[in-house]
Design a binder for this molecule. Sequence first.
Ligand SMILES: [Mg+2]
Length: 310
Amino acid sequence: MAGAVSSRSCQKIRGAQIRELLDSKQSVLFDCDGVIWNGEKAVAGATDVVRLLKKRGKNVFFVTNNCTRPREKYVQKFSRLGFADVAQEDIFSSAYCSALYLRDVVKVRGKVFAIGGDGVHSELRDACVSFVEGDADDSGMSIVDCPLEPDVKAVLVGYDDRLTFLKLAKACCYLQNAECHFLATDPDPWHPLRQGRVTPGSGSLTAALETATGRKATVIGKPSRFMFECIASQFGVDPARSLMVGDRLETDILFGANCGMETLLTLTGVSTLQEAQGYVDSDAPDKKDLVPDYVVDSIADLLPLLEEDE
Ligand SMILES: [Mg+2]
């Protein structure tokens, strides 16, 4: 892969270069937040880009580290924002893939202690993975006197805006058992909110537990390969004929590189062209996988090429 790595060029592309790139791909994988939409607003042109890619016979998949919603809620969001015909099967969220990992890879026998919200709980339930909600009703108790489940065989950490000290403390207790698996939905450190506000992400919550336990969580979401393996096993996609489109270098672009896909950075989200250029100029070999192959200002830049044959 060394040759492929050194050829990543962070090249701003337009016109015929975009046409050539799209013609060479059968599947396009999109991150959602910062790529397809920002909050409750679709990125301008994104609905037409998705529609026209599908019309051209491309497979379109959505791979998101955002574990806050179950996939059926994503279907509703796509529909609400004007995306036609996005099916649940096209959506690979870190919550869904974590549930698959626990069921099919870990084959967990016992319960999962789940830190997270509705997305994590619903996907575990749909996958028939038995779990204990981090929010069990033990208000007023401390880690010294609260009940602990005897049969917890895995701890899963996802974004949880109702995280409490007691949940973290319980997870620490479960993880004292070296045979208790330790998983994180995704490594995202933080997320942008409206009006310049930010929120800590799953990666920050996981880091607290890693520090407390001296253990390292297995990450399911991007940049880990597992989400791609889920897509490949269900749809048989070829990484060489797939394009990963994302806004975050450390997750989306590294995921594409880890899975053998070409990558396209869009500048409507978290990462900047300057940050990407910083990785191009870095002397550290492991930073080269964070360099996107191509860059566009927005996925709307794909639109003129897709509209050519309309
Ligand atoms: Mg994103």
